[in-house]
Design a protein around this ligand. Structure first.
Ligand code: SF4
Length: 332
C-alpha cells in the first residue's frame, strides 16, 4: 500500500487530502470523492498505485496531441476512479468504478514496457490521472531518466502545489475544458469551472506543452457566443499558439438522449476560434476536409496533413514550415 502525497492529518485519525479542489476531509475507513484515496487509521493511502485497469499503445494523435512528437506511439495507462462525475463520460465503466481493480504494473515495469514497444512517451489517461498522482509521479520521474516523455490527459482538477510538483516531469498535456459556464460544470460534471481555468493559466507559465479539448454537446455547451467568449479567454490567457480541439459529442452514458454534434456547429466553432486569433484549431471525432490539418499561420500551407489518427504528410522540419515560419509545439 502506497501512502498518498499531499494530505494533512487532523484530530481523531481524520485526514484532509489536498490534491484536488475538493479537499476531501476523510474519516478513518472512508474514501474521498475520487474513490481511490482511503483513510486507513489516520494514514491516507493511494489505492490504485501500480494498478492500471487500462493499458494500450496509441498514436499520440489520439490523446489528442497534434503538436507533440507527431506520428509517434504512446504507452497509455489509466486506473479506476475520477474526481468528476461527467454525465457523458466515455470511460464511465472505469472512471465511476469504486471497486479497486487492475493488474499489477509498477512504475519500472511501465517504463520497461514503453521502451520495449518503441514508444516515445507514456500517457496517463483514460480516467483522471491527477487522482493516481503518486503512480504518475514515480513513473514519470523514472521515464524521464530513461529518455521517455510524459503526457497527461486531464480534466485540470488539481491544486497548485501538486500540479507544480508533478509537471516538472510532464512534457505534454491535453486539458479538457468541458464548457465555459459554471452552470455547465455543476450540472454536467458535478465540479466547478474556475479551478480548471486556474490550472490552464498555471500550465501556460510552465515549459509543459499544452493543448486544449472542448467537446461540444448539443443544447448543453453549444452556444456560439459562449464558444467565442471561451476562445477569447484562451487567446488572452494562454496565447494564439495553443492548439484547440473541438470534439464531436456522441450520445453516451447518462446523456444517451442527446444527438451527436452537427458538422455545421463544429465548423462554425472552428471558424470563430480562428477569427478570435487562434492559429491551430482542429475538429475531432469527425472527418472534415480541413479540421485535422495543421496550417502554417504565415503561408497558409498545410504543414502537417492528417486523416483520422494518421499522418499523411509532415512538412515540418526542425519545428518550421517549408516557408521558414515556426510551427508551435514539440516538433523537433
Ligand atoms: S484527489 Fe480524491 S480524495 Fe483527494 S481531494 Fe480530490 S477527490 Fe478528494
Amino acid at each position: 500500500m502506497k501512502e498518498a502525497m499531499h494530505y494533512v492529518k487532523k484530530e481523531n485519525d481524520v485526514v484532509q487530502c489536498e490534491l484536488c479542489p475538493w479537499k476531501c476531509v476523510i474519516a478513518d475507513g472512508e474514501r474521498g470523492v475520487c474513490g481511490v484515496r482511503e483513510n486507513q487509521k489516520g494514514k491516507l493511502v493511494a489505492l490504485v498505485y501500480g494498478k492500471p485497469v487500462s493499458i494500450s499503445i496509441d498514436p499520440i494523435e489520439k490523446k489528442p496531441l497534434f503538436h507533440f512528437l507527431p506520428g509517434t506511439d504512446v504507452f497509455s495507462i489509466g486506473t479506476v476512479g475520477c474526481n468528476l462525475k461527467c454525465k457523458h463520460c466515455q470511460n464511465w465503466q472505469i472512471s465511476q468504478e469504486r471497486e479497486i481493480m487492475g493488474e499489477k504494473l509498477m512504475p519500472e515495469e511501465v517504463v520497461e514496457q514503453a521502451l520495449e514497444n518503441n514508444c516515445s512517451s507514456i500517457a496517463y489517461t483514460y480516467n483522471e490521472p491527477s487522482i493516481f498522482f503518486e503512480y504518475v509521479y514515480d513513473t514519470a520521474k523514472l521515464a524521464n531518466k530513461k529518455g521517455l516523455k510524459n503526457v497527461m490527459v486531464t480534466n485540470g482538477y488539481i491544486n497548485e502545489k501538486p500540479l507544480k510538483e508533478l509537471y516538472r516531469y510532464i512534457d505534454g498535456v491535453n486539458v479538457d475544458l468541458k464548457g465555459f459556464t459554471e452552470e455547465f460544470y455543476t450540472s454536467v460534471t458535478g465540479a466547478h469551472l474556475q479551478p480548471v481555468l486556474d490550472t490552464i493559466k498555471r500550465i501556460s507559465k510552465m515549459k509543459t506543452w499544452m493543448e486544449i479539448t472542448n467537446l461540444i454537446i448539443p443544447t448543453k455547451n453549444d452556444d456560439l457566443d459562449k464558444i467565442r467568449e471561451m476562445c477569447g479567454w484562451i487567446f488572452e490567457n494562454v496565447g494564439k499558439n495553443i492548439p484547440l480541439h473541438f470534439s464531436r459529442f456522441f450520445p453516451y452514458y447518462q446523456m444517451s438522449e442527446i444527438s451527436p454534434t452537427s458538422e455545421d456547429v463544429l465548423l462554425k466553432a472552428r471558424e470563430i476560434a480562428m477569427k478570435v486569433g487562434l492559429n491551430y484549431v482542429y475538429i475531432g471525432n469527425l472527418l472534415t476536409e480541413e479540421g485535422e490539418n495543421t496550417y502554417c499561420p504565415e503561408s497558409g500551407k498545410i504543414a502537417i496533413e492528417r486523416k483520422g489518427y494518421n499522418i499523411l504528410k509532415n512538412d515540418v522540419e526542425k519545428g518550421k514550415c517549408s516557408c521558414g515560419e515556426k510551427i508551435a509545439g514539440f516538433l523537433e
